[in-house]
Ligand binder design. Structure first.
Ligand code: ZN
Length: 278
């Protein structure tokens, strides 16, 4: 009996330890809060640019331009920076090449409504460095800039400086405190907010996974611009790499299934209305 009890207690020690670890694992996993913001509207006057096979010829599209404020116990993250708040001064918006741009409500006012000052946001990151995702980047130049090494090299390449107006939007990030990474980046180290490597639209294009208490979200960045692009796997003509884009779509869809995630297309007006209750 003693022997048995001793054996029992010896076995129960690691069993208890395992139970302890198990109860930690079964505790609610780390989560963040996701706040969607209306960071501009874009009329794409020539949607043919968004497919390589004529799929969208002759069409135009009204797009949202969402950005996101992510609140976590260990800090805040701003994901993408939309169109410049300065466009809010132009009631009818402006035309820029094949796009008509407008900003009905500023990012500054939405952050204010969320009770946060831009200077107090710990981290700033972007899906990619196109103009409609960095419009207010200067507002977050005091945050730690989380950026893929390929995207950083792309955005600050010498050729990018030739377009002085566009470069001015990102120039303040060049000297920002920066964490450069290669591939995925787990922002808070607990799996709740993970920047995902999805290259192809640009060399270091990213998507974002955010686990909230109620749901896991996958924010597309510009992996897809339209709902139907997800199904049709259309590749914009201006993407940096078509093969990489298709591989990223495969990875994104596998992750969406694995996590049972709610996919948010950042340029989808319907997704913005669903998230923001408009
Ligand atoms: Zn975009």
């Amino acid at each position: 009996m003693f022997v048995f009890a001793a054996a029992c207690s010896r076995e129960s020690a690691p069993a208890d330890a395992a139970t302890g670890a198990g109860s930690e694992n079964s505790a609610p996993s780390a989560t963040a809060e996701l706040i969607a913001m209306d960071c501009g509207r874009i009329t794409m006057m020539d949607l043919s640019l968004f497919a390589s096979d004529g799929e969208y010829d002759g069409r135009e599209n009204m797009a949202a331009d969402m950005c996101f404020f992510v609140r976590h116990a260990d800090g805040d993250l701003m994901w993408d920076a939309g169109l410049p708040d300065a466009l809010n001064a132009s009631e009818d918006g402006v035309t820029n090449g094949p796009f008509h741009l407008s900003v009905p409500v500023t990012v500054a006012s939405q952050l204010d409504a969320a009770g946060v000052a831009p200077a107090d946001i710990e981290y700033f990151s972007i899906s990619h460095s196109h103009f409609d995702h960095v419009g207010n980047a200067a507002m977050f130049a005091g945050s730690t800039f989380l950026i893929d090494k390929d995207e950083r090299a792309f955005m600050f390449r010498s050729g990018a400086r030739e377009d002085a107006e566009s470069f001015a939007l990102i120039a303040p990030l060049e000297d920002a405190e920066t964490t450069e990474f290669d591939g995925d980046h787990d922002v808070f180290g607990d799996g709740s907010v993970v920047i995902l490597d999805m290259p192809g639209h640009t060399p270091g294009h990213k998507s974002l996974l955010v686990k909230t208490v109620s749901e896991t979200y996958l924010l597309t960045g510009d992996l897809y611009h339209l709902e139907e692009a997800r199904e049709k796997r259309t590749i914009p003509q201006f993407n940096s790499d078509a093969e990489q884009t298709l591989a990223s779509m495969d990875r994104f869809e596998a992750l969406a299934e694995e996590h049972g995630a709610r996919v948010i297309i950042q340029h989808s007006l319907d997704d913005m209305k669903a998230l923001m209750g408009e």
